[in-house]
Design a protein around this ligand. Structure first.
Ligand SMILES: CC(C)(COP(=O)(O)OP(=O)(O)OC[C@H]1O[C@@H](n2cnc3c(N)ncnc32)[C@H](O)[C@@H]1OP(=O)(O)O)[C@@H](O)C(=O)NCCC(=O)NCCS
Length: 153
């Protein structure tokens, strides 16, 4: 199956919402889902396209002074996970950020302190793709401990 990566455009936002709606184990928090819906309509992003349409996306923010970017949201359609789409999105982002002289890429996700199995898969994805543990953070609500992961570019 051929998958192409291109910039996220406003017309992709509904398809991103649908991907998120199909991943309730990861996007069960209503506020988070709303924040993600806002991000796909306002932040820089990439989408993966297969013959059925948008099959994955990521969004990021970029602190132009510090040379650090952060993945804010990322998801691959439930039925298309573990086929290399997340890795393709990430490598396209990394190439882009390197050209912009960005040195570090951060992501915050649910910490292993939460012992919630779906996010063990998420952390496994990031750790398999060059991210390393930086810090445990308590920045979200109680019951949702965060971990900061970082990758050098
Ligand atoms: C996390 C996510 C974006 C990864 O995208 P993906 O297309 O499924 O991942 P890939 O197929 O590119 O995986 C690349 C590598 O990461 C690792 N990996 C990915 N999913 C994994 C899993 N479920 N368990 C263990 N390792 C995993 C593997 O090393 C994999 O390589 P391999 O398949 O050759 O062994 C996607 O699975 C997803 O949408 N998850 C639910 C939502 C989510 O967690 N979003 C991120 C929130 S911060």
């Amino acid at each position: 199956m051929h998958v192409a990566i291109r910039d996220l455009e406003p017309r992709d936002a509904d398809a991103c919402d649908a991907i998120v709606a199909g991943l309730p184990e990861w996007f069960g928090n209503e506020q988070g889902t709303r924040d993600c819906a806002r991000a796909v309509r306002s932040q820089a992003g990439l989408v993966a396209i297969d013959e059925t349409g948008v099959t994955g996306f990521l969004t990021w923010t970029h602190d132009r002074n510090g040379g650090v970017a952060e993945i804010t949201w990322m998801a691959v359609r439930a039925a298309s996970r573990r086929r290399g789409i997340g890795r393709s999105l990430l490598s396209t982002l990394i190439e882009r950020l390197r050209q912009e002289q960005v040195r570090l890429l951060d992501v915050k996700t649910l910490s292993e302190r939460a012992t919630y199995p779906p996010y063990a898969e998420t952390r496994a994805f990031y750790l398999a793709n060059g991210f390393e543990w930086v810090a445990e953070l308590d920045i979200w609500d109680e019951g949702n401990p965060a971990v900061l992961l970082r990758r050098r570019l």
